[in-house]
Design a protein around this ligand. Structure first.
Ligand code: NI
Length: 260
């Protein structure tokens, strides 16, 4: 079974004690690729170190909507340089978060929009973080529809309705499924998983967050992806192995990583 974790945060301080141990063990569990997302300034150094050290890790860089109010033109230039690196595969996670509203909404929209333009300029796919903001998100995405269709991307931890899933798929985006798919009462997730074409889904952890059932609340890592795959497989009538393989190939395609 080949596993691609398309969204991890191994720079997180919850891995400070045993990061190398955790990462070294991944390969034995079938985890062949990891995209590590550095979405604030603190994470960048650590993620760059990990990319140097581990062949199987790729980097995703961008300014999370939580920090939109601190974004500047200088930081955008810095981001551009990071994305020129060999193992930088995508721009993210970017988007809108109206659940926490840590940054003013107009700032979130402004920098979401500008980072989408940057992705188009650099021809990099995007990873989107959208929480309680699907309406505004779709407005921004529609304004960039042509660019999004060209660069592609992933709706990370997709939590919208089937209707918004359809719009995202029409824009050429993939849907990311993680631990929350296994949570009790996630009816929408189940409906979306049943609806999405198999060639448009990827698996992700968002670790250390969002560990799947029965580990909900514990520290997550990429070895828990089979629990998500099992749930996805039970919804779609595939085996967990088939689901992992499908998601693996899709992940490689969206990030432009040559499938070995
Ligand atoms: Ni994340």
């Amino acid at each position: 079974m080949r596993i691609f974790d398309t969204h991890a945060h191994y720079s997180d301080k919850r891995f400070d004690e045993d990061r190398c141990e955790v990462l070294t063990k991944l390969r034995a569990s079938g985890v062949e690729l990891v995209a590590d997302v550095a979405c604030d300034l603190r994470s960048v150094e650590k993620t760059l170190e990990l990319l140097d050290r581990y062949d199987f890790m790729y980097g995703v860089f961008g300014m999370h909507p939580h920090y939109a109010e601190y974004m500047t033109n200088e930081l955008l230039d810095g981001l551009k340089k990071l994305l020129a690196r060999r193992k930088a595969v995508a721009l993210g996670e970017i988007g809108l978060d109206y659940y926490y509203d840590f940054s003013p909404r107009e700032k979130q929209i402004e920098w979401f929009d500008r980072q989408l333009s940057l992705a188009a300029e650099l021809n990099k796919p995007v990873i989107l973080h959208i929480r309680d903001a699907m309406g505004d998100c779709l407005d921004v995405l529609r304004a960039h529809a042509g660019e999004i269709k060209t660069v592609g991307g992933i709706m990370h931890c997709f939590s919208g309705s089937v209707e918004s899933a359809r719009e995202c798929l029409d824009l050429g985006l993939m849907l990311g499924f993680g631990g929350s798919l296994t949570f009790k009462n996630n009816r929408r997730g189940v409906e979306t998983a049943a609806f999405a074409p198999h060639d448009r889904i990827v698996f992700e952890t968002d670790c250390p967050y969002l560990a799947p059932v029965p580990h909900r609340g514990e520290r997550n890592d990429s070895t828990m992806i089979p629990l998500v795959a099992e749930k996805y497989a039970s919804i779609t009538g595939m085996t967990a192995e088939e689901a992992c393989e499908e998601a693996f190939v899709n992940g490689c395609r969206v990030f432009g990583i040559g499938v070995r």
